[in-house]
Design a protein around this ligand. Structure first.
Ligand code: FAD
Length: 409
């Protein structure tokens, strides 16, 4: 079995199916080494283990709390399925990643994010988790509990999240506009204003002198009267795909056509292959004050990574308080790289980018491709608390896998 991208083959000898929480708890208690698997959208071996829990077979569960502020679902539910179930109930989430295909538990475990200067990562919307641990116990942690902020971006090392509760709000509409060719020096010099142009803003570039596409997503009912040009970029007259040569039909509607939050916040439609399909990804996060310097530094190596790169995406993520989140305690400029399928070329380029961004104290996306020396554990001031926490929850270290040992031991 391979991950979605096909760049990692899982080495598990055995798969446990999550058919019931009590049966799972019994299995966990007698399994020496185990790891939960979501929708397999990570680009490394973070979800691999001797035994894998296939969470996707779990029974669907959805429950809205009495004061209609949170939804509780099975952890393996995808964001796309949750959006479908929330739609008739009139609720929404605060944000989504570029694709709705990923499982909620898998996404929050790695600190997955969308964009927006005021939008925190998807994990920051979590209000509670139900966790089955290696001792065979099943417990619940809720916001406000001492261990909660250490458990949500848990990197799969605490146990299996069988249920997740998320903040909800009344459903809203979004309209997105794409602008072409924003000059690179204008982008860097006006990063605050540009990334603040909408509720969620993404810049796509191949580092060749311009941000080739700027995607601006407006949350309605704000009055949106978008100018034909903005910071030197021109409004696109046709729908775009972020990767040149790919059909825009796979992307959510653009040109200001209003639509439901869940049909506009992700770039890619649920019933299409997201992104290029045949690709590898890396992503690094720098603290916002380093934004323009980091962009300049990347422009200087643009030619060196051009052969491996399909496209880069630049996003903003607000700070959160989750201990192992890449956005813990700092607002981030997210610098994403979609590489072609050549593994060696992707790894070499990711290493070069990581070296450059290390000067800006960058953190990595846990679920993507990076060199181990770029994890920057020193920047996580709750690291020791996290390591003690996982030792308490998983005393026999059943959930530690090769990925974890390589980075944390
Ligand atoms: C095309 C594409 C686009 C992407 N876009 C974005 C983006 O916009 N923003 C972003 O931040 N990332 C993005 N990613 C990365 C992706 O969001 C993360 O890798 C995410 O963690 C994948 O979720 P998953 O369900 O596939 O988890 P998996 O890859 O299956 O697992 C990830 C981690 O979660 C753990 N896990 C899974 N289920 C559970 C559970 N029930 N309980 C406990 N732990 C569990 C696993 O053990 C592992 O540690 C993208 C990936 C792809 C392929």
């Amino acid at each position: 079995m391979f991950n979605w991208a096909g760049n990692h083959e899982y080495g598990a000898e055995h798969v446990i199916e999550l058919t019931s929480v009590s049966a799972l708890a019994e299995e966990l208690a007698r399994t020496p080494k185990v790891r939960a698997l979501g929708t397999r959208h990570s680009f490394n071996d973070i979800a691999d283990g001797q035994v894998i829990v296939d969470t996707l077979v779990a029974r669907e569960h959805l429950e809205i709390n009495a004061d209609r502020t949170e939804v509780t679902v099975n952890g393996s539910m995808t964001y796309g399925r949750l959006a479908e179930l929330l739609e008739p109930l009139g609720f929404a989430l605060h944000n989504l990643a570029s694709l709705p295909h990923i499982s909620i538990a898998g996404a929050i475990s790695t600190g997955t994010h969308g964009s927006g200067v005021n939008n925190k990562s998807l994990a920051a919307a979590v209000t509670g988790i139900e966790l089955a641990t290696s001792s065979g116990e099943v417990g619940r942690l809720v916001r406000g509990d001492a261990d909660f902020t250490g458990s949500v971006v848990g990197l799969g090392a605490l146990g299996v999240m069988t249920k997740v509760s998320l903040e909800i709000e009344p459903a809203y509409e979004v309209a997105q506009f794409v602008y072409d060719d924003l000059p690179q020096e204008v982008f860097g010099a006006n990063i605050d204003e540009i990334m603040g142009l909408g509720y969620s803003v993404s810049g796509f570039t191949t580092w060749g002198g311009s941000v080739e596409q700027l995607w601006v997503k407006h949350r309605l009912p704000l009055h949106v009267d978008m100018p034909a040009t903005i910071f030197g970029a021109t409004i696109a007259s046709e729908d775009r795909h972020p990767i040149r040569g790919h059909a825009a039909g796979a992307c959510t509607a653009q040109r200001g056509e209003a639509g439901l939050w869940s049909d506009r916040l992700p770039h890619f439609r649920i019933d299409f292959t997201p992104s290029a399909g045949d690709e590898i990804q890396s992503e690094f996060f720098v603290e916002w004050s380093h934004a323009s310097d980091a962009l300049d530094a990347l422009h200087r190596i643009g030619e060196q990574i051009a052969g491996a790169l399909l496209v880069s995406e630049i996003r903003a993520v607000a700070a959160d308080d989750l201990w192992m989140s890449p956005h813990h305690g700092r607002k981030s400029l997210a610098l994403h790289f979609t590489w072609g399928p050549d593994k060696a070329a992707a790894e070499t380029s990711a290493e070069l980018v990581g070296d450059i961004l290390a000067e800006f104290d960058a953190r990595v996306h846990w679920g993507k491709v990076f060199a181990p020396h770029h994890v920057n554990l020193a920047s996580f001031d709750r690291l020791d608390d996290y390591l003690h926490l996982i030792d308490r929850f998983d005393q026999r270290r059943a959930f530690r896998n090769d990925w974890f040992d390589r980075l944390f031991d």
